[in-house]
Design a protein around this ligand. Structure first.
Ligand code: SF4
Length: 301
């Protein structure tokens, strides 16, 4: 992939990464997990919850979760059923079980302290490239390129002149590291600032370029804002999907104090074939258990 040269900032202008950090100081949302003093465990929980769920839905669950399980060992001691209940309606509930597994590994291998080292973080269940670097950077103030979908989109436009991010590339981390300010503390700010720029300004679809702090040096704008070369983005529908059905079935089990007979699950969704497929997948994922007498329940651990 060749980079489209961006216009170099004039001597009186801040470098690109610095300009993004300066913008962040005035434009950032006040997200509770980004405040000073939030520990690495709270950062890890927020990052797992935020992976596929919007900020507004995450915030109350994140607060309740940390009140209840303020340490990894506290979460590890909870039953899978408690964890799935507390996950509520965040969606993709396998994340809750993976987070509990990671908590167990942190308690066991790291003395109940979230590791700061990226390799140790990546060795935890469910913790990938993005989450490991986000925790090292936002939880421990370590200089790290942190690359999520929003950041890849900003880099695609700003550096490479492409309308959309496309698939993840091995060079993404180096691209972001190359933009970061030299000063370590500013580099840490930059990692969160460029994520925020992608979330608020350089958004998917039509970016809000007039509000962008680096619009005068953006390769995509300087080359005439070319349209995306790839297929049009499709908005993911939810109604009628297996995700919705799985959610309905879990809602029944979350609300029940005891295992429920299959008939109660039948009432949650009319299409028997789809319902059965979704129940099978919940059982396979370890999110539901069947009792010896044939009823269904959240896993008791
Ligand atoms: S100028 Fe527009 S496209 Fe370029 S980085 Fe800023 S918001 Fe994104």
């Amino acid at each position: 992939m060749t980079s489209v040269p961006t216009r170099l900032p004039a001597p009186s202008e801040p470098a690109t990464g610095e300009a993004i950090v300066d913008w962040y100081a005035t434009a950032a949302r006040d997200l509770p997990w980004r405040r000073a003093g939030v520990d690495a465990w709270a950062v890890l929980v927020s990052e797992v919850m935020l992976q596929q769920t919007p900020v507004a839905r995450v915030e109350p669950v994140w607060r309740a979760w940390l009140d209840r399980w303020p340490t990894p060992s506290a979460l590890a001691a909870a039953s899978p059923a408690e964890v799935i209940r507390a996950w509520g309606k965040l969606g993709y509930p396998r994340r809750a079980l993976r987070l509990r597994e990671a908590a167990g590994a942190i308690a066991e291998r790291h003395g109940d302290v979230v590791p700061a080292d990226v390799a140790a973080l990546e060795a935890l269940p469910g913790v990938g490239t993005y989450t490991a670097r986000a925790v090292a950077c936002f939880g421990y103030g370590r200089r790290q390129p942190v690359v999520d979908t929003n950041v890849r989109r900003v880099v695609a436009r700003l550096v490479h002149g492409r309308a959309e991010a496309g698939t993840a590339r091995a060079a993404d981390l180096a691209d972001v590291a190359a933009l970061a300010p030299e000063d370590d503390a500013r580099a840490v700010r930059f990692s969160v600032a460029i994520m925020e720029l992608g979330a608020l300004v350089c958004v998917a679809g039509t970016p809000r370029c007039p509000a962008c702090p680096v619009r005068d040096r953006c390769a995509w704008r300087l080359t005439g804002s070319p349209a995306s070369a790839g297929p049009a983005r499709r908005v993911q529908k939810f109604a009628g999907t297996d995700r919705q059905v799985r959610g309905r079935l879990l809602d029944v089990l979350r609300a029940a104090e005891h295992p429920v007979p299959a008939a109660e699950l039948d009432a949650a969704w009319d299409d028997a074939v789809q319902r059965s497929r979704c129940l099978d997948s919940l059982l396979a994922d370890g999110l539901v258990e069947q009792t010896e007498d044939g009823r269904f329940t959240l896993p008791r651990g």
